[in-house]
Design a protein around this ligand. Structure first.
Ligand SMILES: [Zn+2]
Length: 70
């Protein structure tokens, strides 16, 4: 299994060891979500942007203070 975003090989014994499966890290997960959000936006600009909220709601993690990593 390799990360869909950065293609890095991931080794693990259980899926549970990868909290961001199939991504190797939160960063890669966010990159991928952003990618999809952009596509979505591009293909449905006239259909509304409600789906953006759905995407960000998918992982209900508590917001931490590392927001400046953009
Ligand atoms: Zn990755």
């Amino acid at each position: 299994m390799s990360c869909p975003t950065c293609r890095k090989k991931q080794t693990f014994e259980r899926i549970a060891d990868l909290p961001y499966f199939p991504f190797c890290s939160k960063r890669c997960q966010l990159i991928d979500l952003g990618k999809w959000a952009n596509e979505e936006y591009r293909f449905s600009t006239h259909l509304g942007r409600d789906r953006e909220e759905e995407a960000s709601d998918e992982k209900s993690e508590p917001k931490s203070t590392d927001e400046g990593e953009d």
